[in-house]
Design a protein around this ligand. Structure first.
Ligand SMILES: Nc1ncnc2c1ncn2[C@@H]1O[C@H](COP(=O)(O)OP(=O)(O)OP(=O)(O)O)[C@@H](O)[C@H]1O
Length: 296
């Protein structure tokens, strides 16, 4: 299974380019899509989900050009949009049966699948409650279930774990990993640890451009030697933040332990540490910011 994007661009009516000139090859597995706010992640996902037409370029699913024939993808697609909404007067099961019917899943298959997925999502006891009584996190879980109800070959999920408690986040990660064994999963998120825990590859978007598509390991390798931890008195925290990209802080009684991205040791007592994917992501995005700053 392969999804291949060729020079995809989307220009909105006001002239803003959501994404531009994106080439991306995805095969079986989980592919994390990371980027700052406004980078173009949702725009790209909407194009792949055939909700929005690209202004430029084309994309191909298993050899078929989707730009000419969007139904090819719609038949095999599961999609969780960023702004997913539910019908509040339906129960969870009624809503999922409705979505399954829209996707052409027969009643018996849908019933079995809905039972299994509600159990995996930890919602089996809530199946007959109206969705208006669900919490935000529970609605998000229903959103993930509806994306999987037709057993999709291509799963496109936009911020699937936003609003979920830590236990549910782990459940969703496990579910995605399970699904991705023989499918293509594209996961857009701001929660970098979710990508670190699940993704086979990472695509980085910034300002509508694809900066990199690589493995998490090689992104982390590129940040080796650039991540330090240093204990800073509370009074100096702001000045460290002003000078460096800071990927984390921990309050302690004797000051603040700061995790700093820097080319060189930021202070004599700073200790080099092994980068996480979050450090590596910030390191890469930060360098790109510097490149834009230098070219101005
Ligand atoms: N319907 C629209 N009309 C005009 N511009 C849009 C529209 N949707 C998105 N944009 C613009 O396209 C760019 C990319 O937006 P997009 O929502 O794809 O980014 P994102 O990476 O998903 O951001 P976030 O992480 O904040 O959700 C932004 O400059 C945004 O303002």
């Amino acid at each position: 299974m392969t999804l291949s994007l060729k020079a995809i661009g989307k220009r909105y009516a006001d002239g803003v380019w959501g994404v531009r000139d994106v080439d991306l090859e995805l095969d079986t597995g989980i592919h994390g899509l990371l980027g700052p706010n406004g980078a173009g992640k949702s725009t790209l996902l909407r194009i792949i989900a055939t909700v929005s037409e690209p202004s430029e370029g084309s994309f191909v699913w298993n050899g078929t050009d989707v730009t000419d024939d969007p139904v090819t993808v719609r038949r095999v697609l599961g999609y969780l949009p960023q702004d997913f909404g539910v019908y509040p007067d339906l129960t969870a099961v009624e809503f999922l049966q409705y979505i399954a019917a829209l996707r052409g899943v027969d009643g018996e298959t849908a019933a079995d699948r809905i039972d299994d997925l509600l159990a995996v999502a930890g919602l089996q006891d809530d199946r007959d409650r109206k969705l208006r009584t669900f919490s935000g996190g529970m609605c998000r879980s229903v959103g993930i279930v509806q994306a999987l109800v037709n057993d999709p070959e291509l799963l496109v999920v936009d911020e699937p774990t936003v609003g979920l408690d830590p236990e549910k986040r782990v459940q969703v990660r496990n579910l995605l990993t399970e699904v991705a064994r023989d499918r293509v999963v594209l996961l857009s998120t701001h929660i970098v640890p979710d990508v670190e825990a699940t993704a086979n590859t990472v695509a980085l978007l910034s300002d509508g451009e694809l900066l990199d598509h690589t493995t998490p390991e090689s992104l982390i390798e590129a940040a080796e030697g650039n991540v330090f931890e240093v204990l800073v008195p509370q009074s100096e925290v702001d000045s460290v933040r002003a000078q460096y990209q800071v990927s984390g802080t921990v309050q302690r009684t004797d000051g603040v332990r700061m995790r700093v991205i820097a080319d060189d040791r930021p202070a004599p007592d700073a200790e080099p540490v092994v980068p996480t994917l979050e450090d590596a992501y910030l390191n890469r995005i930060d360098r790109e910011g510097d490149r834009f700053d230098d070219s101005r």
